[in-house]
Ligand binder design. Structure first.
Ligand code: AKG
Ligand code: FE2
Length: 291
């Protein structure tokens, strides 16, 4: 059966039909999926009953995988290439460390010098209601800014930090947790407008979840510029909201899409996901306070 591609929404995303990730896939099929991913920012592939090994093998067809050393606490015990996002409590009954992962808008690993190119999130358990993920198209976010605002932000660098990613979660109130992660992930600067290395198109590259301020500006000055951008970037018509089904896999392009895990589960219900992460091109620099 051949691969076909169907758009998911105006803003972002397409569903790929006719793929079977349990079998070896031809280079041609992979190239078709890659094109759908580049063209649409995210691709959804449904009904894939796959093992961690098959998830990893499929992901490797698109690039080199991260071993999640920046997120070392959440790795799968047998597969460093798999990062576990779960609401299930730990074996000792304590709450999961990843139950709030990604609850603020972000692009994966933008707080590192080598942000993720792609992420492939796979659903192993989903409640009937909620557990949704939202995605936003950062090409559209950039393209629809006024020329004046584009010119203003084009030369600027913004500071991205993991500390910010956890600022309003319970983990953010756990100084030890925060310290361990920030030691591995010191703040970095990233261009506010990034050129997608494959399409050559410009994208807006700031996020409410990870961007603290603009390098060389005060907090107040930065917020005057960042707040309207954060709101603009996630206008409903630029987004797609996915309600997961068991065995859905979504692969997103972090260079042109942001995402956010919605905290919309009903109490007492659980969600369990596996993610692989494709390493991207180096971007940004270590942040020097005096900039
Ligand atoms: O759980 C989700 O829906 C997304 C979590 C997240 O941000 C990620 O896996 O990168
Ligand atoms: Fe994420």
């Amino acid at each position: 059966m051949g691969i076909t591609v169907k758009r998911l929404s105006y803003g972002i995303g397409a569903e790929v039909l006719g793929a079977d990730l349990t079998r070896p896939m031809s280079d041609e099929a992979i190239a078709q999926i890659r094109k759908a991913w580049i063209d649409n920012g995210i691709v959804l592939i449904r009904d894939q009953d796959i093992t961690p090994e098959q998830h990893i093998a499929f992901s490797r067809r698109f690039g080199v995988l991260d071993d999640h050393s920046a997120l070392f606490k959440y790795r799968h015990p047998e597969h460093a290439e798999i990062f576990i996002v779960t609401t299930r409590p730990n074996a000792d009954g304590s709450p999961s460390n990843t139950r709030e992962t990604g609850v603020n808008w972000h692009s994966d690993m933008s707080y590192t010098l080598r942000p993720a190119m792609g992420s492939l999130l796979y659903c192993l358990e989903i409640p009937e209601v909620g557990g949704d993920t939202q995605f936003a198209n950062m090409y559209l976010a950039y393209d629809t800014l006024s020329n004046g605002f584009k010119r203003l932000i084009e030369p600027l660098q913004a500071v991205h930090t993991y500390a910010w990613a956890i600022h309003d979660t319970e983990k953010g109130r756990n100084p030890e947790f925060a310290k361990a992660h920030i030691a591995v992930n010191p703040p970095v600067t990233q261009p506010m407008v990034r050129v997608h290395p494959e399409t050559g198109r410009k994208t807006l590259y700031v996020s409410e979840g990870v961007t603290t301020h603009i390098a060389g500006m005060t907090h107040a000055e930065s917020q005057a510029i960042l707040q309207p951008l954060f709101a603009h970037a996630v206008r409903p018509e630029f987004t797609y909201r996915h309600h997961w089904r068991l065995h859905d896999l979504i692969m997103w392009d972090n260079r042109c899409a942001m995402h956010k895990a919605l905290r919309d589960r009903l109490p007492g219900t659980h969600r369990h996901m596996h993610r692989t992460t494709i390493l991207g091109e180096p971007s940004g620099a270590l942040y020097q306070e005096a900039q």
